[in-house]
Design a protein. Structure first.
Length: 300
């Protein structure tokens, strides 16, 4: 962009300002520090000012990608921060009156969550935050972390497991986790709808990758369940699993308890299961072969 063109610069500045709250929300989640988030947003503006974006169709997506790359570089450069620094960042006041930023601070910048996020490597953290918290497609995340979309999905999945596993209310006892998973699989195989409802949290979330959804659609005439990439609620999730999962067995997925469908030892699908307060709070169905190949699976 020609910075000697005042009208052009003014228009670009106005466009950037409309996206500033979103960019700050993203970088604040990624970095956990209001000061660093401001630095990342400012660097994003400088890069925008030096770039000809006339051919850019979606400026918000372009800016999100640039801001994410800046934040990723900052995460990699700073290394592991002290827990006290994170707690201080979480407690820091933010003068920005934008409601999106205020809401994000209220639900996400507690010291405990920031400490859990800090345990993720930078790429996991970025994939998890961008996808789960801001709905950025894996194809766009892949360009930031310089990996395939399937690999970006795997990064987000690992980050999700580690965040939930480190959350204060997650079930810490492996034996209790195993008992819940066993009860879930038994109820599913037996078509015990009431048993499924008993073991599922009322607000349970079910996520399925596109391969799993496509397989369900292709086999609907054979009785496969209606499946979507996201379902919520015990009734909906119980309908998906009731009378099914006959070949599924408990397994560790990257060290976290779940289940796999692996006839003759070949893993065709995996179920990442999160147990909270004695009930299943989340399930992720993974059927993408590239993602499955990257999982460390130990059948139990």
């Amino acid at each position: 962009m020609d910075e000697t063109d005042p009208a052009g610069l003014a228009g670009l500045t106005a466009a950037f300002e409309t996206h500033r709250p979103h960019l700050r929300a993203v970088t604040l989640r990624l970095l956990g520090s209001p000061a660093e988030a401001d630095d990342a947003v400012q660097e994003t503006w400088l890069r925008l000012a030096r770039t000809d974006v006339a051919a850019v169709e979606n400026l918000r997506a372009w800016l999100t990608t640039v801001a994410s790359r800046v934040a990723l570089s900052m995460l990699r450069a700073r290394g592991t921060r002290a827990e006290s620094d994170l707690e201080e960042a979480g407690a820091a006041a933010d003068p920005d009156p934008d409601p999106e930023v205020r809401a994000l601070q209220a639900d996400a910048l507690g010291g405990a969550l920031l400490v859990v996020l800090e345990r993720l490597d930078p790429a996991e953290r970025l994939a998890f935050v961008l996808h789960d918290l801001f709905g950025v497609p894996f194809a766009e995340i892949a360009t930031v972390v310089e990996r395939s979309p399937a690999a970006a999905r795997q990064l987000a999945s690992r980050g999700r497991r580690r965040v939930r596993g480190g959350a204060p209310d997650a079930e810490p006892d492996p034996a209790r986790q195993r008992a819940v998973v066993d009860a879930f699989l038994t109820a599913a195989r037996d078509g015990d709808f009431a048993g499924l409802l008993a073991v599922l949290d009322p607000d349970v979330e079910l996520r399925a990758d596109r391969v799993a959804v496509a397989a369900a659609e292709a086999n609907e005439h054979r009785g496969a369940p209606q499946l979507a990439e996201y379902l919520q609620g015990a009734q909906a999730v119980a309908r998906v699993f009731s009378g099914r999962a006959r070949g599924a067995r408990p397994a560790l997925l990257d060290g976290a308890l779940g289940a796999v469908f692996a006839p003759a030892g070949r893993v065709f699908s995996a179920f990442d299961i999160v147990v909270v307060d004695g009930r299943i709070a989340a399930i992720e169905m993974i059927a993408d072969p590239e993602v499955l190949a990257g999982l460390d699976v130990e059948q139990l």
